[in-house]
Design a protein around this ligand. Structure first.
Ligand code: IPE
Ligand code: IPE
Ligand code: MG
Length: 249
């Protein structure tokens, strides 16, 4: 039904090259079932697995998932600890499956506040999957859009730059290896960016759904894609300036 890559039939059914998702609503999913919030995080991992598989099958090139924000450290200590534990387990248990499916894993964000074990597992997982050529899965953990812009600026200053421009700043962002997201999805009903990829979302198509993250599945992803495919991306131009194949409506 869908083109397997953007190269196949780009005019008719464009598959986003890069999808970025704020996976929100785990706590509310659990609360609705009178379960502790952490039960929602656990189920959220199943939704991650399904979404990765669906994107890989669709031929999406890059999938970026917001797993833990720089602000999430403000949560109760028990919840933060549980999330760190879940991250550790996932890094250990999921990487083999990713590798088998030719998926490359990258983790973006500050690593300063993670334990040495987590950092080591991240590095091992990235190294193991580095040569894979399928979907590039990025997990944003202890990530903040403002942190990212600042670390890029500071890196340039440390190299002796006296003035910054867009191209050099963009080249120093933590996701400089990926094109900017074509499609941004947020589950959980909130309509905000919550300090996710601030710079890179400048021209992304935004899609918000009330579905809670543990309920997100291939069908929900399809809905987002259908919406994406109906949009006319003008990047400041007029509709008439676009090639016929990129006009909508
Ligand atoms: C998203 O779900 C997961 C993380 C932020 C780690 P939440 O935990 O924010 O769930 P809600 O928004 O409280 O329902
Ligand atoms: C955004 O969700 C961060 C992640 C999904 C990792 P939050 O639940 O932390 O966002 P706010 O606090 O409602 O804006
Ligand atoms: Mg939330």
């Amino acid at each position: 039904m869908f083109a397997s890559s953007t190269q196949d039939v780009p005019e008719v059914l464009p598959v986003p090259r890069h999808i970025a998702i704020i996976m929100d609503g785990n706590g509310r999913w659990a609360k609705k079932r009178f379960l502790p919030r952490v039960a929602g995080h656990k189920r959220g991992l199943d939704a991650v697995r399904n979404t990765v598989r669906a994107c890989s099958d669709l031929g999406v090139g890059y999938l970026t998932l917001f797993a833990f924000s720089t602000e999430n450290w403000r949560r109760p200590q028990e919840e933060v600890s549980f999330l760190m534990g879940l991250f550790m387990t996932a890094l250990e248990r999921e990487v083999e499956r990713l590798h088998r499916n030719d998926i490359r894993l990258r983790v973006i964000g500050s690593r300063e506040r993670f334990s040495a074990e987590i950092v080591e597992r991240i590095e091992r997982a990235e190294a193991k999957t580095a040569e894979n050529s399928g979907l590039l899965l990025t997990i944003a953990a202890d990530y903040g859009g403002r942190w990212d812009v600042m670390q890029a600026a500071n890196r340039l200053l440390a190299q002796g730059a006296t003035s910054l421009d867009e191209a050099s700043l963009a080249a120093n962002l933590s996701m400089a290896y990926a094109p900017e997201p074509d499609l941004f999805i947020r589950t959980g009903g909130e309509q905000r960016i919550s300090n996710f990829l601030l710079w890179q979302l400048a021209y992304s198509e935004l899609f918000f759904t009330d579905l809670l993250w543990p309920d997100f599945n291939a069908e929900a992803l399809q809905q987002a894609l259908t919406s994406f495919q109906s949009r006319e991306r003008r990047f400041g131009r007029t509709s008439e300036q676009l090639p016929e194949t990129q006009r909508r409506g």
